[in-house]
Structures are given as C-alpha cells and as structure tokens.
Design a protein around this ligand. Sequence first.
Ligand SMILES: [Mn+2]
Length: 576
Amino acid sequence: MSLDQTFRGQKYLWQLPASDNKLICDIGASYNLSLPIAQTLVNRGFADKSAINSFLFSSLEKDVAHPSRIKDAEKSVDRLLHAIKNKEKILVAGDYDVDGITSSAMMMICLLPLDAQINFFLPNRAKDGYGLSAQVVERAAANGYKVIITVDNGITAFEPAKRAKELGIDLIITDHHRPHDHVPDAFAIVNPHQADCTYPFKYFAGVGVTFKLLSLLYEKKSLPLPVKVYELLLLGTVADVVPLIGENRFWVRHGLQQVNKMQSPCLQVLKKNGNCIKERMSSTDIGFSITPQINALGRLEDAREGVRFLIDSDFAQVERVGAILFELNQARKEIERSIYTQVESEILAKNIDLEKENIILAASDKWPAGVIGLVASRLVSAYGRPTLLFHLTKSGIAKGSCRSIPAFNMFDALASASDLLQQFGGHSVAAGLSLKQEHLPKLKEHLERLVAQQLTPDDLTLKLSLDADLTLPDLTRKFVSDMEHLEPFGQENKEPNFYIKGVSLVQKPTLLKDLHVKCRVFADGVIKPVIFFNRPELFELLMNQADDPFDIAGQVTENHWNGNVNVELRGIDIAL
Ligand SMILES: [Mn+2]
C-alpha cells in the first residue's frame, strides 16, 4: 500500500477507497445503484459483470454443492440410517456455544421425527469443559449407545475416539475447526477442512456441517427437511462469525428471508428481549441482538434447556426461559464491561506496556471462561494486538480464549507452542487453549518472539478500510435499499465504511452516558445526525472544533424510533 492511499485519522490509519470513476459510473448505471454502493463493489474487487452478478445474485446452482462430496458424509449417513432402522441408540455430543447448541437442536428436530432412538449431551462449561470426553463415551457405552455423533467439536477428540473404539461404539465426528497434524481414529470424520476433503466450500460453521449431513440423510429418505433447520443454520452461522461468502452467504440470505416472513416462538421472544423492533431483521441485528442471548443459554444451569428453548412450540414455556435469558444476558454485559475495564487500566498503568509489548495477555481467577472470548474480541478491535485472556482455575490451570489480527495466525502460533499447552484448537483469528498457569510467561515470550519475527509495525497499527466516498445528500432511502444488495454483512463481507469529507458542526456535541458522542453535521446543503459509540475522547476535540470543517469515517444506518425511520450516520473516526 503506497502512502498516498492512506490518511491519518484520530484513531485509525484510514485506507482510502479505489477511485476508478469510469468503472464506478458504469456499474452504477448498469445496476441502478447509488455511486457509493458501486464504488464499494469496485473497492472490494468486484470489477467485471460476472464477479458482480455472482456476488449480488446468490443461487442454489452456483453456490451450493452436493453434500455427498464432503468426505465421509455418505458413510456417516448410511451408519445413521442403519442405526435408525435397527433402533440402535444414538448420542449427539454438542457444545455450549450458539453454534454447538443450534447444531444439537438441528440433529434432534431432524432425527426424532424419523423415530431415531436419539438423545443429546451438552457439556457444562464450568464442570466438563470443551468437547467430547472419554468419560462421556464411557457413560454412553454403559447406557447402551451404539453411535456417538459430535457436532461443532471432535476434531481433537483423540482419547475419546480411542475409548469409543475399545467399547464398540461407532464415533462419527462432524466439526469445522482446523484439524491438527493427524486426526482421531474415528468411524467417520466429516470436516471440510481435512486435506483430502474435496468439497469446494470450506467455511461452514459447525451447524453448516451438521446441515449438510442432514440434507444428505433427508435426500436419501426422499423427504423435505423441516423448515426450522434454516433458522437454526442462520443463527449458528452468524453467531460463529464464519466468513459470510459463497455457500454461507446463500444460506444466511435464505434464512433471513424465512425468519422475516414467519417467526418461531423463540425468535419472537428474543426479538422482544433484544429490543429489535424492525420489520426486517438483518444479519447484523441477529449478531448483535439475538445470538448473544442464545449464548447465555450455555450459561444456564442445564444447557439442555437451551436446545428445548430453540425448538419448543409451547409459547408460555419459551417465554419463561426467555425471561431468564434476558437476565443472564444483562449480567453477561456487566461482567464483560468490568473485565474490559480491568484490562484497559492495566494497559493505562503500563503493566501491559504496548510500547514494548505486542501481545495483550491477562489472567484472573475471577473472570468466567464464558465471557473472556467476547472481551478479547473487543480488545483486538480497540488496540489491534493479538489478545489472550485466561480464567485461572483452583487447580492452577489457565483456560484461555484468544483473538488475533488477520496478519497473525494464532492457530499456527499455538501449534508451534504445543509443548507448553494441554489443549488448543480453533482457527487463525480465534482459538481456545488451556495450560498450566506457571507456563503463561513462557507462552507470552514465545508469542512475542513470533510477532517480532512475522509482523511489521504497519501490521500492528489500527487500520480502517474505507469503501467509498459519500456526501450527505447521498443519504436517502434509495441509498439504504441499494445497500441491502450487499447484505448479509459479517466476516469477510463487512458493513461498508464511508469517507465523508468536509463537514462542519451545526451545534455543540453532546456526551451520552460519558461514552458516546452525538452531534449534527452540515455539508452540501444537508444536516445529518452522527453518533460515535464508545469514543468519549472525541467530545473534547469536537467541542474545540468550532466552525472548522473535518472529515468523518462512518457507516450508514437506519434508525427506527417512534414509528419513524431515519437514515443516519454512525461515526467511527474523524480527521481534523
Ligand atoms: Mn463452531
């Protein structure tokens, strides 16, 4: 990236959008799109008709491949059908996050109507920890189970696979986490990330892998899948922040269409709880207001209630659990804020000195394991450094969640430190791990060394990639409806960031809750409200700005309030 394409904002290094005006105008004209939307497409590398068509218009034929192409899918489905026919007991082994809960729920609603002798197990985050364990396999054997099928976990279940084999249980692993050097010795492994799996799309959530397997099973039975699966697929996929491109983009679009037409009891309750009053929910609404509440399901005393909540049709029962979720989620937000503030004050006090250190690593016995991943994500966006947070157990084990920046592959980094770790797994930007507490300093040292070897100072600056130039008169309803063509937004298809030049303040800014800054800006004959969330430091700067023009980097949103819909700006950064 050459210097003239970047620009220093208050907090971020702004990367300016592509500006091939002829191409942008051509695209705007041929697709009847507002120019900033056309520019966003160009900036994101969609330069010719076939690439643009392929992105704008998802299709089953183009985006969805046949599930039999996933390695071991046929073998697994045949085994399940055999078990159903012969009344063999099947155990679904899930996980306590949204992906794991929706995957388990999907298995149940698809296999129960086929008269399968099926039950499911969800580990308790505090008591059992992540994934299938040898004890669960042993208990299943004692209770006469013949088949165990994992969903959203299992790719590192070496010991449980060995036990299953010894006890005569057929273990089917379905997972989407990256396999380690070798895989467990299981009856079948369904994971598109396996080197010898030729399925063309790799980025499913766990629930996506589950869905593909069940599609194949239902096809063999010549039955249509229950419609509820598309809602579960939507929720798990959005919650697990997998890339919303290719086949995921197709299914999330499909799921949104469905839930916006007809809402299940659980979604009605979650929408109300999340204060989501829009007619048409987007993937962003699902990710911000809906799935965090489902995540709280994993914190219920009995996570099995979570699965029931998702698939129950008894409205009173769903409302009862919904009220508990609301409380749990409020408490979760409070804990999250408190952990964030604690780490932030360590940084301010230079106990974590970001001038010398490139990794944020912090631990406490007071931080619940279920929340630290979310806090780590927020710290990465605020500081642009790979972040590891740990919950310390009484027995001296550190259980951690880490989040990374795109330039630093955390999965590979942890793999190279595996002699220090008891367990690890995940992806390049998000992973989980556990190790003896006394090894934390050595792990930190190792990661700092890798960062120093692999990254440039530029990799560690906070960057903001701007997709298009925008003027205030561009902000119309037509603009917002054009932007919908780019949805659903999520990983690898982020909400566009716009570059608005030369606005001036109409009145003094206001500071809300000591955190958010609200103001009204003027340019090109138009006045618009702008809100900057979590940027209290901008208040002073804007107070002193008087009439001098400044630039804004921001996103465009629709604000629904009192029955009115307003097109507004959500500011991310300013440049004076
Ligand atoms: Mn997952």
